[in-house]
Design a protein. Structure first.
Length: 106
């Protein structure tokens, strides 16, 4: 059984459906933000629920993945302890695909 409650209050949002992150030491958890629906994380090292904010995402020649925006080969991000939607700080990442050695931006 998880040592984490299923619903936890956070900084301006609520972490829903909290689940153990599949580590034997129970030090990483995943949940869903009540405000934006994004996947959020909480580690025992920081002890706060965080969103991952992506600034740039890139794909190396896989047109299908690029079009569907799944599994980028490169990403630049940071974790923040607030919901970007609630704070009005939403970031639209720059997406690109590398074709013949040249970046083509979306």
């Amino acid at each position: 059984m998880n040592k984490v409650e299923k619903i936890q209050k956070a900084n301006g949002f609520t972490a829903l459906d909290c689940e153990d992150g599949f580590r034997k030491d129970n030090r990483l958890w995943f949940g869903t933000c009540s405000e934006c629906g994004e996947r959020i994380t909480n580690s025992a090292l920081k002890g706060v629920w965080e969103h991952s904010v992506y600034f740039e995402r890139g794909w190396y020649g896989n047109q299908e993945w690029f079009e569907k925006r799944i599994m980028p080969n490169y990403s630049s991000s940071k974790n923040v302890n607030y919901c970007p939607k609630v704070e009005g700080k939403e970031v639209i990442p720059t997406d690109w695909i590398l074709i013949d050695g040249e970046k083509v931006y979306a």
